[in-house]
Design a protein around this ligand. Structure first.
Ligand SMILES: Cc1cc2nc3c(=O)[nH]c(=O)nc-3n(C[C@H](O)[C@H](O)[C@H](O)COP(=O)(O)OP(=O)(O)OC[C@H]3O[C@@H](n4cnc5c(N)ncnc54)[C@H](O)[C@@H]3O)c2cc1C
Length: 381
């Protein structure tokens, strides 16, 4: 049986970032991914890497993976069809870049393979064994890999979290009670931003030249079939109060909005990273931020353990990540509640709109608040 220090399950943002960090420090690792390279590299989701993420890659000498365009700060907030006259604070420190998730994944894969990394695509039936022993094993398609640690980076529906026996993890979750119809369209983004309206929230966000993501708040029991293309464009126009640029619709799906955290993020020698351990609602656009933070905390912990024998960072991995995660869940809950016209009927409608208008104006006009808010919202998209 082959052996390595860390087997990383999943070649998404968390797994590939971790793999690159470990490779740079000569720590043995193998990434095991169930899909093909082509499949992984075309999955379109997030669009922006926030300042925190850009600086993190720079610290690890990986600036090249986030080479993108500086974020266009022109996205605005609309209430009842009118753009809020927000005096966006100048943020000279912002280094957010427009770098679609599939571009980041492709860049991370290229650099990892170029630098000699071991990545097994199309790994069938990945199975985790002996998680609480000294030497866990990951098997797939007739191969078995022994290791010191397993990094479970295989998302919300992967095998890693599912391998933890019942009773060891607590699932903390919050359902917001509504969904987004998430649409990918071949069109310039005009207008650009998020709209609060009695009909529900709408979003129009750039995803590269001539591509946009459209979001429409809808009911949890809605269906994609109920949203023919014409209805989508009409609803965007109604909620933004202005006709949008239109184009070919490439993809439509329903995403229920929820916040989830699994605790602890460690079971024996298995450590969970990214979406395998937590989900934030897309309104906050912080999924990437959390996945990158987990990868950095775990990489530092393994490097310390291998170099000096000191296990203290590994022992506190879960605690360290959870502090960061809850901070961002607090922000995600706040911005999601603020932007949606839902919930208790006495608090919805006109009252909610006025509160949202006041909150957005307050956050962007007080220097201290906008600094904090700007740091957290640098990636909101
Ligand atoms: C529609 C949508 C829009 C989003 N928009 C944003 C946004 O604007 N900003 C933002 O920050 N975040 C956004 N997110 C969230 C963001 O995409 C995720 O938080 C991020 O992808 C998490 O990275 P990850 O590496 O943990 O998981 P993933 O990117 O899901 O990677 C997991 C990998 O594991 C692989 N895998 C799964 N099962 C197995 C298995 N059994 N064996 C081996 N490999 C396996 C998968 O194929 C995949 O490659 C969005 C998500 C969605 C769905």
């Amino acid at each position: 049986m082959d052996n390595t220090t860390v087997v990383i399950v999943g070649a998404g943002v968390a797994g590939l970032t971790l793999g690159n960090f470990l490779l740079r420090h000569d720590i043995g690792c193998v990434i095991v991914e169930k899909h093909s390279r082509a499949y992984v590299e075309q999955r379109q989701r997030a669009g922006t890497i926030d300042t925190r993420g850009v600086r993190m890659f720079r610290r690890w000498g990986l600036d090249e993976v986030v080479e993108g365009d500086p974020v266009d700060q022109q996205s605005g907030f609309f209430v009842d069809g009118e753009e809020l006259p927000l005096d966006f604070a100048e943020d000279d420190n912002s280094e957010s870049v427009f770098c679609p998730q599939q571009v980041l994944v492709r860049n991370l894969t290229d650099v990892y393979l170029r630098d000699g990394g071991d990545l097994r695509f199309e790994a069938a039936d990945v199975t985790l064994h002996d998680l609480t022993g000294e030497h866990p094993v990951v098997s797939f398609g007739g191969t078995a890999l022994g290791c010191d640690y397993i990094a479970g980076c295989d998302g919300d529906r992967g095998v890693s979290r599912a391998s933890i026996p019942d009773g060891h993890l607590t699932r903390h979750s919050h359902e917001y009670g509504y969904a987004w119809l998430s649409v990918l369209a071949e069109t310039p983004t005009k207008p650009s931003g998020m709209a609060i309206h009695s009909r529900g929230l709408a979003g129009l966000i750039p995803r590269g030249p001539g591509a946009s993501r459209l979001y429409l708040q809808c009911r949890l029991d809605d269906t994609v079939e109920a949203w023919p293309d014409e209805r989508i464009w009409a609803e965007i126009e109604a909620r933004f109060g202005t006709p949008p640029a239109t184009g070919r619709i490439l993809d439509k799906r329903l995403v229920p909005l929820r916040s989830v955290v699994y605790s602890p993020m460690t079971y024996g020698r298995l450590h969970l990273l990214g979406d395998a351990a937590h989900i934030v609602p897309p309104m906050s656009a912080k999924g990437i931020n959390l996945a990158l933070n987990d990868a950095e905390v775990f990489a530092n912990a393994v490097i310390q353990r291998v170099r000096t024998g000191d296990p203290s960072l590994l022992d506190t991995y879960s605690e360290t990540c959870l502090r960061h995660i809850w901070n961002y869940q607090a922000f995600a809950t706040w911005i999601t509640d603020l932007m949606h016209d839902a919930g208790d009927a006495t608090y919805a409608g006109e009252f909610r709109k006025q509160v949202a208008r006041a909150e957005l104006q307050r956050q962007f006009t007080s220097e201290a608040a906008s600094k904090l808010f700007g740091e957290l919202t640098a990636g909101v998209n």
